[in-house]
Write a protein that binds this ligand. Sequence first.
Ligand code: FAD
Length: 673
Amino acid sequence: TLSTKEDHVDVLIVGAGPAGLMLANWLSRCRVKTRIVDKRGSKVFNGQADGLQCRTLEIFDSFDFAHRAWREANHMLEICLWNPDENGHLQRSDRIPDTIPGISRFQQVVLHQGRIERFFLDSIKEHSDIRVERGVLPTSFNFDEAKAGDFEDYPISVKLSTLSEEESTPQQQLQHQRSSDGQETVVEDGLFRSNLVADDTEDLIQATEAKGNRKSNQVEHIKAKFLVGCDGAHSWVRRQVGFNLEGGSTDYIWGVLDIVPITDFPDIRHRCAIHSADAGSLMVIPRENKLVRLYIQLQATDCQKNGSKADRSWITPEIILKSAQRIVHPYKLDYAYCDWWTAYQIGQRVSNKFSQSERVFLAGDAVHTHSPKAGQGMNVSMQDTYNLGWKLAHVINGLSEPSILQTYESERRQIAQDLIAFDHRFSRLFSGRPAKDIMDEEGVSMEEFKSAFEKGNEFASGIAVDYATSILVAKETDVAEQDKDTIISKPQLAVNIDIGKRMPSFKVLNHADARPWHLQELLKSNGRWRVIVFPGRLTESQNMERFERLGAALGGPDSFIRQFTPPDKSIDSVIEVLTVHSGSRTKVELLDLPEAFHPHHGDMGWDYWKVFVDEESYHEGHGQAYENYGIDPNHGVSVIIRPDQYVSWVGEVDDYEQMSRFFTSFMKQQAGN
Ligand code: FAD
């Protein structure tokens, strides 16, 4: 048919890499009408990013698929540092734990991007009818900014064109390899996604325009409330809104080789940072399926001709291997099987803006690029949209004021800047030549490198993320007379719970059945806010009184929970109340506690999954949650947690008034209450 198709959507996502898929995944849980398109005809199958931070695994767990990654991935426990001794001979100089012990219930692991994308695709399919539309390219964009303030309106128009199979399949430089049994296979390279080759978006747009009306059944006009560009470093969406990537491009070219190594180097199954005396440095990342990834910073002369810009045709797996061999000398390093390889040049850049009028957003590589050394790219990209997804859903579903959307840029741009600063520091240390002795000021001393590595590890775990004060993060502890409306936190009541950071996790027992749970397992990513009440020892009457007072207020007919929950939805569907008391399980009866803490869901009876206790379990020890969170069991504390597990507020157990003011500043009164 020649009639042009049209569709109205809440969110249009451009790009189905890690950032786009995380967003589609959130929106699939929150029933938001979403379309997601990608110009490529297929997902990534091997290579590309591979490191998963502790925080990313915690997030995957909140979506119920961390176990898949955890099981398949290679776990990295130790980092070995190698550098030349005084005679220039390579030696192992140190070992440090890869993940700081105790920082998370997960440790850093590696698994290639294609598998991560698979987990997302399965999860999205399980929870919604959203499907990635592949081989689909946006070719025009229009934003009626005058309508940006009306969040019921669809101010964004995008034209989508369906590409032919040929157009959506990029050309690869195919290399053939022969295995020991004589079989010939083709090695895939990632150069087509690398920034060393020109992006093909503009060519594709021109080609589809040239086809004109002949194929108008292949064109669709989309009207969207929100557009999110997750379309990678060359972002087309970024160009439409005219944002600029600020920062510099380094001259470093990185070669990446995924091989099954044949070597006598003793630490090939450890993560290693190897500094040679004068042949450069190498990062070894042991991977799943017997693979090992080598990251090598190529010497400019390896891939440049007469000082020209690096030429991709000069970079081959052999060149990358030869560089690696020089670095690990006198150890031998070779391979018969190469799974994937690539080369790319690193710019350290951050976009000046992440959002246009809170209607067009950018995330992932579209707004920050940096080196691959610390395995941050995929993680930070996914965490961008993990931050954005629930906020969009809350606004679209009419639960929150649009003002919360401003915190996406204020929170994530800061993280991107921190990341670039981290990358700068780390780059110099990694790329610098090792110091010959203590008088060698230009060289990098191994002590300096080790200490930076240890500090870097906290950043690289993703756990250090600390969002600043905003309407969603109440860090103020004191107010001036004129600012009576400011929401006040009392961090001293839980000294190890940091407002702005993700809620740490310790084991607690379900009061109703004594089963141990990690607290974080209770904080699923399903769009709910949580008030976690730690009332202390409930056998003490003053603690019980405060707890009952809070229960009466929360359970009241005009409580803020009631006001912000649509009347046809379950009372825990917007703000869920969880309790962790400190005992005793046997002296306190669940059904004696106020109903607000164990709501009755009509035909489904009492809710037995809301009250927990900090006591010894039968089989898994004692989580010591109160001690670990720094909470006094004689006093207690209440904590408000965002739908993405970050801590918003810490205050007195029964400070209903502050809690109510916090939520009232951005939540919407639901009609019919
Ligand atoms: P991407 O993964 O780039 O996804 C963008 C998606 O948008 C793609 O699927 C693309 O096809 C699609 N797209 C682009 N333009 C359009 C358009 N106009 N219309 C429709 N769709 C479009 N990180 C590491 O941590 N370790 C590594 O070893 C590593 N190696 C890398 C090697 C290469 C060659 C590249 C390019 C990146 C590498 N990275 C690595 C970085 C990591 O892959 C990224 O940080 C991560 O994938 C970012 O996710 P994203 O979703 O923001 O973008």
